[in-house]
Design a protein around this ligand. Structure first.
Ligand SMILES: Cc1cc2nc3c(=O)[nH]c(=O)nc-3n(C[C@H](O)[C@H](O)[C@H](O)COP(=O)(O)OP(=O)(O)OC[C@H]3O[C@@H](n4cnc5c(N)ncnc54)[C@H](O)[C@@H]3O)c2cc1C
Length: 336
């Protein structure tokens, strides 16, 4: 247990705030012991990779840094393998592990920062794939009873960057392990989204494997997204707004070229990055808080920005986009 511990190296924005108490959790047994000893005295704060949060003040809580390790095949048939990961495994290392076993399903999600236990919280997604597509179940510790419970795919109520753990069950469970159902060869590839096919062409690959798709995704991400080790950020700061087709029709008359992706019969998704860029904010900077110069959806900390400065910038971006397009974009990042 550490007291007044700096969280600067535990969040990808690199915000220097302190945790009142901090403990590194390496087993579920230890997690239960720590919780029993805490006995409701201090509020709890679960921290995994810190890549989806903006810390705006000191965390006056017992910070549980999830660092449990272990990957295990728990079941297998002719077509699929069920593979379980403890919550503290690094997401990208887990993806590489599955690819090395020639298991398909996670290749489009390569290089997303963070840990496996947090992947269901916002149903992480990229390049046309979300974890809900291969997620089988998870185990989570109920913070009231300290019993481990199992959640199926349906129980998690996954949506676009959403799950029950961000809504009704927020703060009520700690995810301890996640099981994915991954496909043995022959694989089903998803290469139509974004620039994956173009990247494969550049790589001169005609019949791609899942490893090739992963490499293409990694190359695209590295060329587009700032590396948090070099410049503090939390990936996409805002969600892509989902709007009615009527509103989209009104917008396109004034803004020809506004991109959209169908969601259902009545709604479309519009890229928030495009809206921010076309509000004139790409590369905007105030002090050390800024909108990234290459990808307007990403807010960055150029060095010593405080959480408050970044939140002020986020509000300014929301307001400017609203004035220009009449759409209120909302944060994807957890603001604390
Ligand atoms: C450069 C960059 C690129 C990114 N690209 C993508 C992308 O393409 N797609 C995407 O979906 N996301 C993306 N993200 C966001 C982020 O990587 C994911 O949301 C990731 O799943 C967060 O994991 P984490 O371990 O860092 O979670 P943290 O930031 O530590 O936690 C996130 C939230 O979950 C809670 N939490 C964490 N662990 C647990 C647990 N075990 N049990 C219960 N609650 C828990 C925390 O309290 C917090 O509220 C990106 C981030 C960065 C910095």
């Amino acid at each position: 247990m550490q007291f007044h511990h700096s969280l600067k190296n535990y969040n990808t924005f690199g915000i220097d705030v302190k945790a009142r108490q901090f403990v590194d959790i390496t087993t579920t047994k230890q997690l239960k012991e720590v919780l029993r000893e805490n006995n409701d005295k201090l509020p709890l704060f679960v921290l995994s990779g810190g890549s989806n949060m903006l810390l705006t003040k000191d965390v006056d809580a017992l910070v549980l840094h999830i660092n449990t390790k272990g990957i295990e095949v728990i079941k297998e048939d002719d077509e699929f393998v069920w593979i379980e990961t403890q919550a503290g495994e690094i997401w990208h290392d887990f993806v590489l592990h599955t690819l090395a076993q020639n298991l398909g399903g996670l290749e489009n999600l390569s290089l997303i920062p963070g840990k496996t236990g947090s992947s269901p919280i916002q149903n992480i997604g990229a390049y046309g794939v979300e974890i809900k597509d291969t997620f089988h179940s998870l185990e989570a510790l109920n913070l009231e009873t300290l019993e481990v419970e199992t959640f199926s795919n349906a129980d998690c109520k996954f949506g676009y960057r959403e799950s029950v753990f961000k809504n009704d069950l927020k703060g009520k469970y700690i995810i301890t392990s996640v099981t994915f159902k991954l496909k043995k060869a022959p694989h089903i590839l998803h290469t139509s989204y974004g620039a994956i096919q173009q990247e494969l062409n550049t790589m001169n690959i005609e019949n791609p494997t899942i490893k090739d798709v992963s490499n293409a995704v990694i190359a695209i991400r590295q060329s587009k997204l700032p590396d948090p080790k070099e410049i503090g950020n939390s990936g996409s700061f805002f969600k892509n707004p989902i709007i009615s087709k009527e509103l989209y029709q009104q917008l396109i008359t004034k803004n020809p070229g506004i991109p959209h992706y169908p969601v259902n019969e009545t709604e479309v998704k519009v890229p928030a990055g495009w809206l921010i860029e076309h509000s004139g904010l790409k590369g905007f900077r105030k002090g050390d808080a800024g909108v990234h110069t290459k990808q307007a959806l990403v807010l960055v900390n150029y060095g010593n920005a405080s959480g408050q400065e970044l939140i002020d910038l986020a509000h300014f971006v929301q307001q400017t986009v609203f004035e220009k397009f009449g759409i209120m974009i909302t944060p994807e990042v957890n603001i604390i």
